[in-house]
Design a protein around this ligand. Structure first.
Ligand SMILES: Cc1ncc(COP(=O)(O)O)c(C=O)c1O
Length: 367
């Protein structure tokens, strides 16, 4: 069999062998005293990573399940929400929001640029909005949006603030409570170093106030239902459905790795490695698509220039056995992306990618 592809994409990411091994362990019941204690310890670790005292929910599904739960539970049927968009995942937030309310307004920024908090603030002030929802790391371009500034604005205007931290949690500094984020969403398969399968939702007091004012729709992704079970079945089965126990055990181990390293050290490591990648790309003739000051430290997008990106990525995949990502939407064919999250934020990983790209370029130039 050909060697497996090394994942250097912005999720799912490579996970440690011991985390993978947990996925093959014999099953346990998703309820009972021991399991419930384990589950609560696990959500406690997530509180540390989100830096919140809010409530944590693990939803079987993906990050989008968490986004759907957050937006549905706070906007249905007629909540008015402002969504700044600067890429594919901002558009995703908009699509989910529109499925619950007609009162959605967007403010658009060009792909590759960060959301401008001043412009967003002006729209917010003029519009009597209930909520602002924004992506932290816009994974389609690797732009970091100024979440802390947006949070401050929301606090001063009494507006609910929902953050998509799917590709930033445990990679970029994020302080849910200190900054004033009301609901924050992530997923298991990126910074948390676990396989895909769980959406993660953190809800603070402001989040619950907003949820309690609404007639949350549906059942499975209704955060009121999840809170009800956490309350009434808290001592043996604190959620409404069967949980994917091995995913939760793997997530727990992934998070232990994150916390063992220490969040601040981890942020520094990602910054250092992303900078090394950007320097290395420039040395072999590539231009990073996003300026340094607003660049994510877990995903880097790169302009292809006159290179045929599909051909380059195919070479790197087939000859070097490294999987890199293309892009989405309007950037498809123009930029490619390198993910260096968690285990792949190392000198060795970056050197391997740069060597593979160098070989790919040489191959493209050889007649
Ligand atoms: C910023 C962001 N939001 C949302 C999603 C959707 O997450 P999922 O595919 O886990 O539903 C992703 C996935 O890459 C993402 O990067």
């Amino acid at each position: 069999m050909r060697p497996r592809l090394r994942l250097m994409i912005p999720g799912p990411i490579e996970v440690a062998p011991e985390v993978l091994a947990v996925m093959a362990e014999p099953l346990v019941a998703h309820y009972g005293e021991d399991w419930t204690a384990f589950y609560k310890e696990t959500t406690g670790l997530l509180q540390k990573i989100f830096r919140t005292e809010g409530d944590i929910f693990l939803l079987p599904g993906s990050g989008s399940a968490g986004l759907d739960a957050a937006l549905g539970s706070t906007l249905f049927p007629n909540g008015k929400v402002l969504i700044p968009r600067n890429g594919f995942f901002g558009e995703r937030l908009e699509s989910i929001a529109r499925s619950y309310t007609a009162n959605v307004k967007t403010v658009d920024f060009p792909a590759g640029q960060a959301v401008d908090p001043v412009e967003v603030g002006e729209v917010l002030q003029s519009g009597d909005f209930d909520a602002l929802a924004c992506v932290h790391c816009e994974t389609s371009t690797g732009v970091l949006n100024p979440i802390q500034q947006l949070a401050t604005m929301c606090r001063s205007q009494g507006v609910l603030f929902i953050v998509d931290a799917v590709s930033s949690l445990a990679i970029e500094p994020l302080e849910m409570d200190a900054w004033g984020i009301d609901i924050c969403i992530s997923a298991s398969q990126k910074g948390l170093e676990a396989p895909p399968g769980l959406g993660v939702v953190a809800v603070g007091k402001g989040g619950w106030d907003a949820i309690d004012r609404r007639r949350s729709p549906g059942w499975y992704l209704n955060l009121k239902v999840w809170r009800e079970y956490a309350d009434k079945w808290g001592d043996w089965h604190p959620y409404p459905v069967t949980q994917p126990v091995n995913n939760i055990k793997a997530l727990r181990l992934g998070m232990e790795r994150v916390l063992e390293e220490g969040l601040d050290k981890r942020f520094e490591r990602h910054q250092k490695i992303a900078q090394k990648l950007r320097r290395g790309l420039a040395e072999i003739g590539f231009t990073p698509y996003v300026p340094d000051e607003i660049a994510s430290h877990g995903v880097t997008s790169v302009l292809g220039g006159d290179i045929d990106i599909d051909q380059l990525l195919r070479y790197v995949r087939e000859q070097e056995r490294i999987l890199l990502a293309g892009s989405l939407g309007e950037l498809k064919g123009k930029v490619f992306r390198v993910g260096n999250m968690g285990l792949e934020a190392t000198d060795e990983a970056i050197e391997s990618v740069l060597a593979a790209l160098r070989n790919g370029l040489q191959n493209a130039r050889t007649p």
